[in-house]
Write a protein that binds this ligand. Structure first.
Ligand code: TYM
Length: 334
């Protein structure tokens, strides 16, 4: 019997520093789990990273570290394609074509653009504005069916869908219209210091986030300091108790326990015990990731081999789609 063709997945992460627990729970951890059932392509989005100022030597180092960290988190190059965005020129080439099918007004509505331009008011560059078009190109250049991301990327995904549909109707059916793949639990891990805000590595307060390479004592300390509330009850109520609910979400994602089980486990106990348990569950989950990371980062030849292979395959797929797009757009061919 003929095997059903696997659906294709694409996702990416910016190499702007060590990933947070939010990146891990909302995205990267799920990427590993999808590898057996889908054809997966995962990339380190270095082109996106320069929308805010980067030191070139640091960006190169962080890109290598991001690749090592993805491998340590379980991305298996025997199963998935792993590559660096700037190694596949078709992303940028398609981005230009798609930018001519994207309206100024729709880019102006992107909340991430509004947030980032407020945060980097001295550098509101055109790349920051057209960032979602490049992201659409990342996805459409592989005709990906599904895009596993955290909740904060949903609006960008909707834009990618609109652009795909617009191009398809303006020319002729060309792109697969991608679906977001947002996990029910953990799609938005909140700051430990201000639980109304998303956990983000660019937060000025280092106690607001857990990094995947944080030492166990730092992880314990940050969870012990996490903002909760004064009623002392471990109960899931995101509106009323955002801090405790966020910690419960993290604990649930680490242990597989549901909220009712967690409430029962800590009934009558104080937040101290609860916070220690959350920290220990995270420390246990991250220990093997941290050990693998050190081993992989030291193996330069292996890392380069993975990236060369990844880039070669990714370029082969992307170039086919790009040349189809160029033909449809009416570019003369030699
Ligand atoms: P980035 O690098 O900001 O984040 C990578 C992934 O982590 C998710 N994430 C979170 N999930 C849950 N809770 C949080 N606090 C949290 N913080 C981040 C993000 O939703 C994301 O899935 N534009 C993208 C990178 C990108 C991309 C793409 C993604 C470039 N091209 C194409 C998908 C498809 C970004 O900046 O992610």
């Amino acid at each position: 019997m003929e095997q059903e063709k696997k659906k294709r997945i694409l996702s990416g992460i910016q190499p702007t520093g060590t990933f947070t627990l939010g990146n891990y729970i909302g995205a990267v951890r799920n990427w590993g789990k999808l590898q057996d059932d889908y054809e997966c392509l995962y990339m380190v989005a270095d082109l996106h990273a320069i929308t805010v100022r980067q030191n070139p030597a640091d960006l190169r180092r962080m890109t290598r570290e991001a690749v090592a960290l993805l491998l340590a988190c379980g991305i298996d190059p025997e199963k998935s394609l792993l590559f660096v965005q700037s190694h596949v020129p078709a992303h940028s080439q398609l981005s230009w074509v798609l930018s001519c099918s994207t309206q100024f007004g729709e880019l102006s509505r992107m909340t991430q653009f509004k947030d980032k331009s407020a945060k980097h008011a001295d550098n509101v560059n055109a790349g920051l504005f057209t960032y979602p078009v490049l992201m659409a190109a990342d996805i459409l250049v592989y005709n990906a069916d599904l895009v596993p991301v955290g909740a904060d990327q949903k609006q960008h995904l909707e834009l990618a869908r609109n652009v795909a549909q617009r191009f398809n109707s303006q020319y002729s059916p060309t792109f697969t219209v991608p679906d977001p793949y947002i996990a029910k639990a953990g799609a938005k891990i909140m700051s430990l210091a201000e639980p109304e805000k998303k956990m983000s590595k660019s937060d000025e307060n280092a106690n607001a986030f857990i990094l995947l390479l944080d030492e166990p004592d730092a992880i314990l300390r940050k969870f012990k300091r996490a903002v909760t509330d004064s009623d002392g009850e471990v109960r899931y109520a995101p509106e009323e108790k955002p801090g405790v609910s966020n910690l419960m979400t993290i604990y649930s994602c680490m242990t597989g326990k549901d909220f009712a089980a967690i409430e029962a486990e800590f009934a009558g106990k104080g937040y101290g015990d609860f916070k220690t348990a959350v920290a220990e569950s995270v420390i246990a989950e991250l220990a093997p990731v941290q050990a693998e990371y050190k081993r992989i980062l030291a193996d330069k030849a292996y890392l380069e081999g993975v990236l060369k292979e990844g880039a070669a395959h990714a370029n082969a797929i992307a170039d086919r789609v790009l040349s189809k797009v160029y033909r449809k757009a009416g570019f003369m061919q030699l």
